[in-house]
Design a protein around this ligand. Structure first.
Ligand code: NDP
Length: 309
């Protein structure tokens, strides 16, 4: 199943996020994922594993497991690269061993002075606060992203972690509208206004952290996992599905694209088996009532700024 983006290209409604996959496991995880049916992979320069993903993809093409045209590959422009978008995109393409990207996203609506792709911590200045580059506007970054489409390096461009106000601004200055806004959203952090605002303006919402992060973020940002929620467990029993499947199906039924990450083979398969059942309107309402404004992924807080003020 796929969603047609405002660029005219189709994006598979489920993808595999590759953040925090062990480098040594990436090839086997991606090959297994392709065998299961995944055709959409969500990467980022900041995940520092584009080269490993590129090796896995090269292998899949060489062995004719899949053709390039049948995959949808996303990667993201890091905060320190807003001033050199073309070089950053070319660098990602080189590492991924691709000649075009299906989707290139501005990872965060923030430009930092710190050079080089790195972990969030490496973007902090000596005072422990994010080293923001105030000479770069999000508008100039966006126009550089648009240029990538003209050059044929990228099919669709989008934004990530933009709130309603930043998205509205982007729509005002965009010559090429963002095709996607990739944001954190899951049952504990539903962001209905933002999701509806994007969808109303033809921007597809991709749900990052669609399982609520589970345990993946605890050491960085703390986490309460919706996968342990008793009400969701009850729904899982009712549908004879797992909680993860209920949560992903809910994401799909609200027309968001979901990109769960798993480094476990059995979970890759489990997370993909969400097309053989449908949640009733009543059960969707039950999940709707679970929203608790709980953001799992809080890099901006970690960086010492309030990105979402
Ligand atoms: N644009 C942005 O700023 C961001 C984008 N992302 C993207 O979103 C993707 C997913 O986000 P992520 O933070 O990993 O959060 P997820 O919501 O995908 O949760 C991943 C965690 O859930 C566990 N898990 C996966 N499947 C199951 C299952 N069926 N049952 C129980 N536990 C499960 C994983 O463990 P295990 O691996 O052991 O299975 C892992 O700990 C990232 O890989 C990245 O591509 C994420 C954060 C920010």
């Amino acid at each position: 199943m796929a969603i047609t983006l405002n660029s005219g290209f189709n994006m598979p409604i489920i993808g595999l996020g590759v953040w925090r996959m062990d480098d040594k496991d990436i090839k086997s995880l991606l090959i297994n994922a392709i065998n299961i049916g995944y055709r959409h992979f969500d990467c980022a320069a900041d995940y520092q594993n584009e080269a490993e993903v590129g090796d896995a993809l090269a292998d899949a093409f060489k062995t004719e497991l899949v053709k390039r045209k049948d995959l949808f590959i996303t990667t993201k422009l890091w905060n320190s690269d807003h001033g050199h978008v073309l070089e950053a995109c070319k660098d990602s393409l080189k590492k991924l061993q691709l000649d075009y990207l299906d989707l290139y996203l501005v990872h965060f609506p923030i430009a930092t002075k710190h050079t080089g792709v790195g972990t969030t911590a490496s973007a902090l200045g000596e005072d422990g606060v994010l080293d923001i580059d105030t000479t770069i506007s999000l508008e100039s970054t966006w126009h550089a992203m648009e240029e990538l489409v003209s050059l044929g390096l990228v099919r669709s461009i989008g934004i990530s972690n933009y709130d309603i106000f930043l998205t509205r601004d982007c729509l005002a200055y965009a010559k090429v509208k963002p095709a996607v806004n990739q944001i954190e959203t899951h049952p504990y952090f539903q962001r209905d206004s933002l999701v509806k605002f994007c969808q109303k303006h033809g921007i597809c919402v991709t749900a990052h952290t669609p399982l609520g992060g589970a345990v993946s973020n605890t050491e960085w940002f703390g986490s309460v996992s919706c996968l342990d929620d008793p009400v969701l467990k009850g729904l899982a029993d009712k549908y004879k599905k797992t909680v993860a499947q209920i949560v992903l199906r809910w994401g799909i039924q609200r027309s968001t694209v979901v990109i769960p990450k798993s480094s476990k083979l059995e979970r890759l398969a489990e997370n993909f088996k969400v097309f053989d059942f449908e949640l009733t309107k009543e059960d969707i309402d039950v999940i709707k009532s679970m929203d608790r404004n709980h953001r799992t992924n809080q890099p901006a807080k970690f960086w010492g700024i309030d990105l979402y003020a």
